[in-house]
Write a new protein. Structure first.
Length: 159
């Protein structure tokens, strides 16, 4: 489907990417593609994709979040968020409630069904995540997470 992230595809036999492997961004993308494919499979039973799972997670952690805040938190265009919220609302996973301070604005809340789906999806996501990083000892995993956070923060301050 156009515009969708490509899942992990091994290199064809006889093709090497050694010249690219010293680029952190390339190696991160290859690792992400591999993990994304497994995460999509883990979330499929809940009819969730990475973005809808992330949206439910942020709404759960921040009840009353406004759509504009959610878009910023997910790093997506506000216009693109409308379809995501419509789909979640159609499945009765979220409620859009008028903001008590500004009646024109909406706040986002999980429904009981949303809480239940998210709880099961989180279990599946955590299990998948653990399977993907079980090759790392706890210190290496902590170092990886710390390094990724530093790269993200550095990129944000340079923007």
């Amino acid at each position: 489907m156009p515009g969708r992230a490509r899942t992990h595809v091994p290199l064809p036999e006889g093709i090497t990417d050694a010249a690219l492997r010293d680029l952190v961004s390339y190696s991160m993308k290859r690792a992400f593609n591999a993990m994304q494919a497994d995460m999509l499979r883990a979330l499929a039973p809940f009819d969730l994709r990475l973005m809808t799972f992330a949206a439910l997670s942020l709404i759960s952690e921040n009840p009353g979040l406004r759509p504009s805040q959610l878009a910023d938190g997910l790093a997506v265009e506000r216009g693109n968020l409308v379809g995501i919220l419509d789909a979640l609302a159609a499945r009765n996973l979220i409620d859009r409630i008028p903001c008590p301070v500004d009646g024109r604005a909406q706040t986002l809340h999980l429904t009981e069904a949303g809480v239940a789906v998210l709880a099961r999806a989180r279990q599946a996501a955590r299990a998948q995540d653990s399977r993907m990083v079980d090759v790392l000892d706890p210190d290496a995993l902590a170092t990886l997470l710390s390094a990724l956070a530093k790269i993200e923060e550095h990129a944000r301050t340079r923007a």
